[in-house]
Design a protein around this ligand. Structure first.
Ligand code: ADP
Ligand code: MG
Length: 706
């Protein structure tokens, strides 16, 4: 096919690559989303197989990737029946014994293996009952020729493939043939996309070489260098975009200047604030003060654990806005939360101090109209509500400050819709009670400034967390009775996870029955809230609990976000092992809001997966949301952390925010330095960044034929 001189060869449709053609192109698109040469180039091996070395049984351990060992088979045995059927083979070399296991193809594998013969086995080492084990190893009968054949190989790429692709001879080996052609014929069109001084400073591998080594590494060191280079590049352009946006925004959008602190702030601070601020709260207020005096629009993320006192910081910032002649609004993700914020703010500022209104989807039309009018006239200073706040009909006289609670429910679009509510866009404070690790914050909210409240108000008793097994259920009932006798309230939460909805519902229903039996009417009242209950009833049940008409609230995770019932002192989580860490932490945050000692009881079955145990142990060990979020990131990887879905985190192909934290910090600093020294990137050395950053596909569409 003819390539125009200005085109990037990497944008060529994949069917034109030698050895592909229309039929294979179709499956490559369908199965692996490989549409172009660039996509194939970036279809990196998911692992590399080191077949240069032979290990001894005594030297292998579970942290090793893939190893190759020569062993003699001692005996083989099929154990279990039907779905639990497995083949267990004992084998040994002169240093020790290893167990080999198959769960699939059991009969067939059993037939093919010869006891007493030597084999070259290859696989991922594991440990079972303290002894070396390997499941589903590749097996080849030992012979001098076989050894010689293996010895010639280096690190072999292994590519992801699918059954469908295999029908078109595109298994790992088949794909390797394509990448070989691609690298041989097109790698030379790859051009450098980082400034030379950066490459020198960070000792990065040449880009062309890096792609080549990724697919066909010479050795482990070269592979490491190549991965490092491409990770660097990937994180670099992600941070580059974020920081450039931020810079662009601060240049483009002026910000209202709040240079006065007056009647509203001082009146509140001196006469109404019911407690001394924590140092963390003071620090964040200072940060906001500085931001709002610079003449640049503020976009700040406020992270703080549940109960750390974000609301009061938001309110005091709002009062400064009002002191400077502006209006403010506060947006929450649900009606209940919005109305709780409204109640909180009302009770903090008291009547007649400043006009506050609540606007949600269920505000009656007449009321709504009044609010609209008073907003336009400027009499209404503080508006609290749900998404209803950003509807086009809602016009402000002079909106200067916006607070968004629980960020992850609001998209970037909604944020920017708010900006358009005033000629000069309002300052924006985003609050989230889901602490996320620094590296994630840097990437998800890399264009925002981040404040952290890392300190709970004084005198708050840390929540005591215990982990009970089913056998300790009576103890749990006992604790419940004691707390209720003291006048406290209790949450009981059940998992409701889509895949097993039927089973979960059954659990929930049985749970409710048990609770009713243990805590009978009329002495005890129970609120019940779950997805199958009509919204109106749900609302009423919540209200009954909030008003302390019921002592127990049995619920699925609907209560996860927000609700504030200071009198609730016990959080019981059923099947706790099935919840994610951040969810557990959020749920626990529902209690411990009053002055009383609070408890969180994690109920689990006796059988726990390794991760499940780590999660529950972590919860028992610490109340610190940031610590918990770090562990969550390590356990689940960045893609599964809440809120990452819309961010660029998932587009990362080489870098991993859980394991490459140090590199990310380094890259962020590197990009910050570049913009600090050369904001417009006018320096000749930085010219390269203009072009490179504009192309999608990791800069590959920029690699032109020249
Ligand atoms: P968050 O929104 O961060 O979860 P809130 O703002 O709802 O936390 O505050 C939790 C509780 O702590 C509220 O009842 C609030 O009045 C109280 N509070 C906030 N700051 C302080 C403080 N400095 N000292 C004592 N109590 C505080
Ligand atoms: Mg809150």
């Amino acid at each position: 096919m003819e390539l125009s001189r200005s085109a990037s060869p990497f944008e060529t449709p994949i069917e034109y690559l030698k050895g592909v053609g229309p039929a294979r192109a179709e499956v490559l698109k369908k199965e692996l989303a490989i549409f172009t040469y660039a996509d194939l180039l970036r279809h990196f091996p998911y692992k590399y197989i080191d077949r240069t070395r032979f290990y001894k049984v005594k030297d292998i351990h579970p942290e090793m990737p893939y190893v190759q060992v020569i062993v003699r088979l001692l005996r083989k045995e099929i154990i279990g029946e039907k779905r639990a059927k497995r083949l267990v083979v004992q084998a040994q070399d002169d240093t020790g014994q290893i167990e080999l296991v198959w769960f699939q193809g059991v009969t067939w594998v059993e037939k093919s293996l010869r006891v007493g013969k030597a084999y070259i086995i290859f696989g991922k080492p594991g440990m079972f009952n303290g002894r070396p084990q390997m499941s589903h190893p590749e097996m080849e009968q030992y012979s001098p020729q076989a050894i010689k054949r293996q010895g010639n190989l280096t690190l072999q790429p292994a590519y992801n493939s699918t059954e469908k692709l295999k029908q078109f001879s595109l298994d790992s080996k088949g794909i390797q043939k394509l990448t070989t052609i691609l690298i041989e014929e097109y790698a030379r069109y790859l051009q450098e996309n980082l400034p030379q001084y950066i490459i020198n400073k960070y000792r990065l591998m040449d880009r062309r070489e890096a792609y080549r080594q990724m697919h066909f590494p010479d050795d482990a060191n070269k592979l490491n260098e190549a991965q490092h280079r491409l990770k660097f590049e990937e994180l670099f352009f992600l941070q580059y975009k974020l920081l450039k946006n931020k810079l662009y925004r601060t240049q483009k959008f002026k910000g209202n200047i709040f240079d006065k602190v007056g009647h509203y702030f001082n009146g509140f601070y001196n006469d109404k604030l019911p407690f001394p601020l924590t140092n963390a709260q003071k620090r964040v207020l200072k940060e906001i003060r500085i931001d709002t005096q610079r003449g640049v629009q503020m976009n700040r993320l406020l992270q703080g654990d549940v109960g750390s006192g974000k609301t009061v910081v938001a309110l005091m910032s709002i009062l400064i806005a009002i002191d400077n002649g502006f209006q403010a609004c506060m947006m929450a993700p649900t009606e209940i939360l919005a109305s709780q914020h409204y109640q909180t703010v009302k009770s903090l500022v008291g009547d007649d101090f400043v006009e506050v209104a609540l606007l949600t989807g269920s505000t009656p039309k007449k009321q709504r109209k009044i609010i609209h009018e008073r907003l336009l006239s400027g009499e209404l200073k503080i508006l609290i509500g749900t998404h209803a706040l950003i509807e086009d009909a809602v016009q402000y006289k002079n909106l200067g400050f916006v607070v968004i609670d629980e960020q992850h429910r609001f998209g970037v679009e909604q944020r920017s819709k708010l900006w358009r509510k005033n000629v000069v866009p309002p300052h924006v404070l985003v609050m989230t009670a889901t602490p996320i690790p620094r590296t994630l914050a840097m990437t998800m909210y890399g264009d925002l400034d981040v404040s952290v409240i890392d300190e709970l108000p004084a005198g708050r008793k840390p929540i005591e967390t215990v982990h009970f097994y089913e056998s300790q259920r009576l103890r749990m009932f006992g604790m419940m009775r004691e707390e209720i006798a003291k006048g406290r309230q209790i949450y009981v939460v059940y998992p409701l996870i889509k895949e097993s909805e039927k089973l979960d519902l059954k659990n929930l229903e049985e749970g409710i029955e048990t609770m009713r039996r243990e805590f009978p009417l009329p002495k005890y009242q129970i609120s019940i809230v779950h997805g199958k209950i009509p919204a109106a009833v749900k609302e009423e049940e919540m209200q009954r609990f909030i008003n302390a008409q019921t002592q127990i609230m049995v619920a699925t995770t609907v209560i996860e976000v927000g609700v504030n019932v200071p009198n609730a002192s016990v959080m019981i989580i059923e099947n706790a092992e099935r919840f994610g860490l951040s969810q557990l932490h959020q749920l626990r945050g529902r209690v411990g809001r009053g002055a009383e000692q609070s408890y969180c009881i994690l109920m689990s079955s006796n059988k726990l997966s390794n991760d499940g145990r780590i999660r529950l142990d972590t919860m028992v060990k610490t109340n610190n949301g940031f610590e918990i979020s770090e562990i969550d990131l390590q356990l689940r990887g960045p893609g599964n952390i809440e809120g990452t879905q819309q961010s660029g985190v998932l587009d990362l192909k080489v870098a991993n925010l859980a394991t490459d934290q140090e590199l990310l910090m380094q890259v962020r600093k590197c990009v910050e330095d570049i913009f600090e020294k050369d904001p417009q990137l006018t320096h000749p050395e930085n010219q390269i960044l203009h072009q490179a950053s504009q192309s999608k596909n990791a800069g590959l569409s920029w690699d032109k034929i020249s």
